[in-house]
Design a protein around this ligand. Structure first.
Ligand SMILES: [Cu+2]
Length: 292
């Protein structure tokens, strides 16, 4: 009897916790309401199944409790029961999977008017690169990463010269315009995640992963790394500011292009110490701070 009561209380408590809990998603700021809807469908299905199974268990514990002279009936097969349990399970699993397939199809099909934005993750900071006036990002290679070329843009590529390089600073995006985030890592696995945008993706050294989204409201959003990437992982924060078109253009005007950043190096006025990379600078900083 006590066990049956505990089981009922678990169901009632879980449902109340879900309804009354103050913790819920951050208000959405992108087009990915489909993702929220899919998760809500999953909550409904798993919630109903959880309540039904645990309540049935409570009923059985109570109904078939030990009583003198009671004998269990042996029933190894029950075709009717098996067939309807199979059908209900199949419908439930289908309902869990199908909405996700539709959302995934939208997620991987990038609209043709999306602008490329590169995100570069490294231990433990975020940098960004925007295509310049030509609308094309220049090619890049981790082997070309240096103190003066933190993102490893290949100097000989004409498409890269006007690229806007935002090293370890805030990224701005215009509201209402689709963007394709191209994700690179120059050291270990990272994962670019902004909870309000819902979309997230792993960043894998040596390859470029991507996702797309349309920011739907202006605001300042925190970037998190959602992949355990070393000692500084919890501190790997960044900021994405979604601006009105006017503010965005004003911000863009203040940024430096790859050509501007690498100009002193080309004239030979700045000597670059061999092997002096941004990553090493950060490692040195951590060492002085006693973090290692
Ligand atoms: Cu990380």
């Amino acid at each position: 009897m006590a066990v049956a009561l505990v089981l009922v209380l678990i169901v009632v408590g879980s449902v109340l916790f879900h309804l009354l809990s103050p913790w819920w998603w951050t208000p959405i700021a992108s087009n990915w309401a489909y993702i929220d809807n899919t998760i809500i469908i999953t909550f409904w299905i798993t919630g109903i199944v959880f309540a039904a199974v645990v309540l049935f268990m409570a009923y059985c514990v109570f109904r078939f409790r030990h009583r003198e002279a009671n004998r269990a009936a042996y029933e190894p097969e029950n075709k009717r029961l098996e067939s309807w349990l199979t059908i209900v399970t199949a419908v439930g699993v289908t309902a869990l999977l199908v909405p996700g397939l539709f959302v995934w199809s939208r997620f991987v099909n990038v609209p043709s008017d999306a602008t490329d934005v590169e995100v570069v993750g490294q231990q433990w900071q975020w940098s960004f690169r925007l295509p310049g006036k030509d609308g094309k990002l220049g090619t890049s290679d981790t082997r070309d990463v240096s103190a003066d070329n933190p993102l490893g843009v290949i100097g000989g590529d004409p498409n890269g010269q006007d690229d806007v390089v935002v090293e370890a600073a805030d990224l701005h995006l215009p509201v209402g315009k689709p963007v394709k985030m191209l994700l690179r890592s120059i050291d270990v696995l990272h994962d670019f995640y902004i909870p309000e945008f819902r979309a997230k993706m792993d960043m894998i050294p040596g390859s470029v992963t991507y996702f797309w989204f349309t920011p739907t409201r202006t605001g300042t959003f925190q970037v998190l790394c959602a992949e355990l990437c070393g000692q500084g992982h919890p501190l790997m924060h960044g900021v994405v500011v979604v601006d009105t078109q006017q503010d965005y253009v004003a911000w863009l005007g203040q940024q430096q292009t790859f050509a501007q950043l690498s100009a002193p190096q080309q004239t030979g006025s700045v000597e670059q110490a061999p092997g002096k990379t941004t990553g090493l600078k950060i490692a040195a900083k951590l060492e002085t701070a006693g973090a290692r």
